[in-house]
Design a protein around this ligand. Structure first.
Ligand code: NHR
Length: 183
């Protein structure tokens, strides 16, 4: 999230593309990203999933907040960045083609959790990250961008994760920009 906010500012997305990060929403009041967004003058909201009866109710409220933050009449992209609640098919379908996520593996390999350890355990020589459109099925959906890094001798999940993360910070802002420009 910080990489997208910083790239948008550094590359003057407002001036060049009439695009901006309209808002940041977290389900956790103490999420570090909220303070980073605020420090860049971006509107933030907290929506605690624990105060809703079920996932459908949370997702409906989430969509309401998202719409309120968007610019009326302007295309809206929903970008998951460290968002850890699985979204219902109703929500996903509402934002079909405009809802993106980044996953720390070279999908379709290693969907799910503990991707770096699993890549090391499998003896992979390369690993990476994937930006994809979100579909109701977790970590599936059309691939928009990927980056590859080497798995080096002696790598741990932490050292590999750090190498992948530097690439995530490059490809996610670029993929968001690319998608905006075809909307
Ligand atoms: N929703 C759908 N429908 N499809 C995807 O591909 C999604 C998604 C929501 C989030 C991000 C993904 C990640 O960045 C993401 C992809 C959370 C879980 C999860 O199991 C899985 C994948 C992702 C995020 N969440 C638990 C849940 O019950 C809660 C875990 C927690 O609160 O820590 O929602 O990794």
């Amino acid at each position: 999230m910080a990489a997208i906010v910083k790239t948008a500012q550094r590359d003057a997305w407002v001036d060049k593309y009439d695009a901006c990060v309209a808002g940041v929403i977290s389900n956790k009041a103490n999420a570090a990203g909220l303070e980073i967004a605020r420090s860049h003058g971006i509107a933030t909201q907290v929506l605690d999933h624990k105060t809703f009866a079920d996932r459908e109710a949370f997702d409906a409220a989430l969509a309401e907040r998202i719409e309120a933050m968007g610019v009326p009449g302007q295309p809206l992209l929903v970008v998951l960045a460290g968002f850890m609640r699985i979204l219902t098919p109703g929500f996903v379908n509402r934002y079909a083609g405009r809802l993106v996520n980044i996953h720390p593996s070279l999908l379709p390999a290693f969907a799910g959790l503990h991707t770096h350890q699993r890549a090391i355990d499998a003896g992979c020589k390369v690993a990476g990250a994937t930006v994809h459109l979100v579909t109701p099925e977790l970590d599936h959906g059309p691939i928009l961008a990927q980056a590859v890094v080497p798995v080096l001798p002696g790598d741990t999940a932490d050292s590999l994760s750090a190498r992948v993360l530097t690439q995530e910070h490059l490809i996610y802002p670029q993929a968001v920009l690319d998608l905006m420009q075809i909307m």
